[in-house]
Design a protein around this ligand. Sequence first.
Ligand SMILES: [Fe+2]
Length: 347
Amino acid sequence: MVLRLASSFASLPQSRQCLNPRLERKGLRRFKRGYVERPQILSSTEDAAVGLRVFVVSDLHTDYSENMNWVNSLSTVNHKHNVLLVAGDVAETYKNFVTTMSLLKDRFEHVLYVPGNHDLWCRRESENYVDSIEKLGKLLEACKGLGVRTDPVIIEGLGIIPLFSWYHESFDQEEDITGFSIPSLEMACKDYHDAIEDIKETCDQIITFSHFVPRQELCPEKRMLFYPNLPKIIGSDSLEARLRSIHGAHGNPSACHVFGHTHFCWDAILDGIRYVQAPLAYPRERKRRMNGGENWLPFCVYSNGGFAERLSPCYWSDYYSVNPREPHNTELAPWVARFYRHRTELT
Ligand SMILES: [Fe+2]
């Protein structure tokens, strides 16, 4: 596996099209200052009865044939007027990535995407790429060719902002459970400053989305996890700071952030921002989880001018809505303790 990321990625060309006079004036000012970056305003053929509908899904992992079949089985009719946000980890091979995004674009009017770690891994086709940066360029090119957006847009007044992100070990601030080797990676972030500023000024409702996790409270405590060091490879404080700079430090009722990566369904409001994860995840995970997802994904997070009722059930965010976190408690949960006792007995 070759995985090397820099602090910024190559920018995609930004659209010049703008239908809002306010933005036109701002754009003109920026053009004079040498900027041309602005959010594109996309039209929607939304169903008048329900208005704009935005669906979300993450962690499609279509290298598993079951998952590719699931994507293939999505209606080619029902979503023709809908938007889909794909919060990363589509597939590890370029071929499966392109097939998946092409299937989704056939089904949804607008598809937006942020890269996940699996998308950038080169381990299955290392002969094709020097490193993950080169692969990222290829994936973004493919998205552009398919009409999949990776830049901030405004659709029917709703601002949608993809946040490219990576994780960093410093994200993990809870007590360590020792005894495991820790992978680490450089953090990388990429976004579109001026386009985001335009959306902040123009839109009352904004959805941001990233593959990685912006807050540690959006993952179960490590004593609950079969891999307790997971928090070290899932998120970044910089990502939380970035989305707060968009939604406001204290959030607001029209602020929503969609994420992925950990494969745990999540729907919780923390400090005024609603955080949602709706992963397809691996086939084996769907089988053992209470709300597998095949029958209800993608999750409609926005409809008819407002955000949807919360995703339910969400085992872990439901758990933390009534149970406080105990970050200093390192006593393994019974199922984790059983797992490691069994491992110890085997060795
Ligand atoms: Fe991931």
